[in-house]
Design a protein around this ligand. Structure first.
Ligand code: IPD
Ligand code: CA
Ligand code: CA
Length: 271
């Protein structure tokens, strides 16, 4: 029964991500502008973020009217079924605004508070990543069928390629830059893609050895975190904790632990 439910949730998440991805890819106005700002003047929302969230929540609630919702652009419904959808309709809005290709639709389904399904669609890559808890992580793209995802065998930390991101609030990003400056000489290099969901899936694909960021919300990491874990990566927050707005860390076993330790030593979660 649970497996059948998870399979249904996966198919619904894939359908919603496919439609929202097509809307964002094909419907992007040439004169796309900022509709409003949120935590700071550089934390922007476009009409397309709002339209994509509406498409996703309309589609899912039409099929499953008793489910709960948490969406970045305001969806907030308690629900009565025990299933809650956690949605970032457009992760990587600043890239999208500038016409850069790294952005994604991120949809997770939780059952009784645990993430059981994650789908991240990256339309400009032509790739979609998905996972069901306990069922491995998979990608579809410009190839036949589904490809199993596996994180990369861990290199020594000084040869690890690690991605991160910076918060929209000036004081937080200033501190993040200080942490990154201390980390950089200890790694192969640092990347900043502009989409937390894509970063987590890149850990799952073996395109990155690790990823960390402070200040994420559940909608940024819910789907990507499950996909990374199902691909064999370890994920967490501060030592002993789960990913949270304080800190999200992901990495191949062997990269995760030393990275998490360094982030703790450098106070990566601090104000
Ligand atoms: C942002 C992206 C970015 C990360 C920011 C997020 P948004 O999400 O994931 O990579 O560094 O912390 O807020 O605003 O584009 O949905
Ligand atoms: Ca986001
Ligand atoms: Ca977003």
């Amino acid at each position: 029964m649970t497996d059948a439910l998870h399979r249904d949730l996966l198919e619904l998440a894939q359908e919603a991500a496919r439609h929202a991805g097509a809307l964002l890819r094909d419907g992007r106005p040439a004169d796309l502008a900022v509709a409003r700002t949120k935590s700071s003047p550089i934390d922007v929302v476009t009409e397309m973020d709002i339209a994509a969230e509406k498409l996703i929540t309309d589609l899912i609630s039409g099929r499953r009217p008793d489910d709960g919702f948490l969406g970045e652009e305001g969806a907030s419904v308690e629900g009565t079924s025990g299933v809650r959808w956690v949605i970032d309709p457009l992760d990587g809005t600043v890239n999208y605004l500038y016409g850069l290709p790294t952005w994604a639709v991120s949809i997770a389904a939780e059952q009784d508070g645990e993430t059981v399904v994650g789908v991240v669609a990256a339309p400009m890559r032509g790739e979609t990543y998905h996972a069901v808890r306990g069922g491995g992580a998979w990608a579809t793209g410009a190839w036949e069928g589904e490809r199993a995802l596996a994180c990369r065998p861990a290199p020594p930390l000084d040869q690890a390629l690690v991605s991160t991101g910076f918060n929209y609030v000036t004081e937080v990003r200033t501190h993040q830059a200080e942490v990154a400056a201390r980390l950089l000489p200890l790694l192969r290099d640092i990347r900043r893609s502009g989409s937390a969901a894509v970063d987590l899936c890149d850990v799952a694909c073996g395109r990155l050895d690790g990823y960390y960021e402070r200040g994420l919300h559940a909608w940024d990491f819910a789907a990507g975190d499950l996909i990374a874990r199902e691909a064999g990566a370890l994920t967490g927050g501060r030592p002993g904790e789960r990913p949270s707005p304080d800190l999200t860390v992901a990495g191949a076993p062997g990269v995760f632990e030393p990275l998490q330790r360094l982030l703790e030593d450098f106070g990566a979660w601090h104000d």
